[in-house]
Design a protein around this ligand. Structure first.
Ligand SMILES: [Zn+2]
Length: 384
């Protein structure tokens, strides 16, 4: 052994060609241990300082007496992304009733139920919104010195979802609503997810328009909750895909022009219109919907013609949407008249929801709520 190697464990300088890497890993471990020691020392001094200087704010939780003394330290272990933190927590005793308690758990943000530091939980939840809980747990372990079990991550995501409070007001904004089916619940075909966001035009970025979206509602299951939520908010402008009747959910309701045209294909098929002819019908409807001047009268004429031709399904589809097809002409406040800003969100939603196995509706809702709240409402934290 050379003189310079003496303080290092032998395994580092073993002739396997990975000396620098081994040395690095060894020093990482050491520095994590030093870090944990330092955090504990700092926290202890802080508690001593608090006990001296915040005495007047401390009361016995049982008898409210101010007559308190210090009563040693309790060990506390918290898992962090840099390994285990062993902390000493100051104890106090009430001289009146004899109750022993730890007065700084609240101030320090370490209630006795907490086992993981927030920074580790934050990382775990971020991973959990992106892929399966077991993969999240493995990734967390791979990339940090901390660990949370898959079940632990599931619970942390659920806790996070329960704490989310979504915006209550959408004054003068346009709200977009869309739904998609996901593999959740008992039904063979799955359950729908309803997503409602506000959408405003943002600044140009790299010469392209941007859209600022805020999540206002997301749930897995039937349409009742989204209707209830919209009726409570009562947006000024609402654009929807036509899957549900949302007429009484907003002041001005516009049918998504893209969906209206797209869905036509299905009804034309039901009316046995030959496949090759269907695009021409769609093209016509698209041009009518964009015609601000004569659109409404052309729309009516076109619907009547379809009926006369015996295309009843298609005609009644258009007839059913007639009242919401040209709202944007009368009301100028719509920022969008189709749900296209939601497309990207729907892709993201399907990417996370499609895991090959079946979700519980609530489990999926929790993940998606956290995911979209971070993506859309929490720009500094979760923007991707
Ligand atoms: Zn007491």
């Amino acid at each position: 052994m050379l003189p310079g190697e003496q303080s290092l464990p032998e395994v580092i300088v073993s002739p396997d060609g990975h000396v620098v890497n081994n040395l690095f890993l060894y020093r990482c471990k050491q520095s994590d241990q030093a870090l944990a020691r330092q955090v504990n020392e700092d926290f202890m001094s802080l508690q001593i300082y608090w006990f001296k200087n915040r005495r007047q704010q401390l009361v016995c939780p049982r008898c409210s007496s101010l007559n308190l003394i210090r009563k040693g330290w309790r060990n506390r272990v918290l898992m962090s992304s840099r390994g285990r933190l062993r902390l000493k927590v100051l104890q106090s005793r009430c001289k009146v009733c004899g109750r022993t308690f730890r007065p700084f758990n609240g101030w320090a943000g370490i209630p006795s139920s907490r086992r993981f530091l927030e920074e580790l939980v934050e990382k775990a939840v971020t991973l959990g919104t992106q892929f399966s809980f077991s993969r999240s747990a493995k990734t967390l372990k791979l990339l940090t010195s901390g660990a949370i079990s898959p079940e632990g991550i599931r619970r942390k995501v659920a806790d996070d979802a329960n704490r989310i409070s979504l915006p209550q007001s959408t004054a003068a904004q346009t709200v977009l609503v869309d739904a998609t089916k996901v593999k959740a619940g008992r039904k063979q075909r799955g359950e729908p997810v309803y997503l409602a966001v506000t959408a405003e035009r943002g600044p140009q970025k790299h010469g392209r328009p941007t859209c600022i979206k805020n999540l206002i509602h997301l749930h897995v299951g039937d349409a009742a909750p989204v209707k209830k939520r919209l009726q409570a908010i009562r947006p000024d402008y609402l654009v929807h895909d036509g899957g549900e009747n949302l007429t009484d959910c907003a002041k001005n309701v516009q049918r998504c022009r893209w969906h209206l045209t797209h869905q036509l294909k299905h009804y034309l098929w039901q009316d046995q219109v030959p496949h090759a002819l269907r695009p021409a019908f769609q093209k016509r409807v698209r041009s009518i919907l964009a015609d601000r001047m004569k659109g409404p009268s052309r729309y009516k004429r076109f619907t009547d013609n379809l009926m006369a031709l015996g295309y009843e399904k298609t005609a009644s589809h258009l007839h059913g949407a007639a009242n919401e097809a040209f709202t944007y002409v009368k009301e100028q406040g719509f920022t969008y008249i189709d749900t296209s800003p939601l497309e990207r969100e729907m892709r993201e939603l399907n990417r996370r929801a499609d895991i090959g196995s079946r979700w519980s509706p609530k489990g999926l809702e929790n993940v998606l709520k956290v995911l979209f709240h971070r993506r859309l409402n929490n720009r500094s934290k979760g923007q991707t």
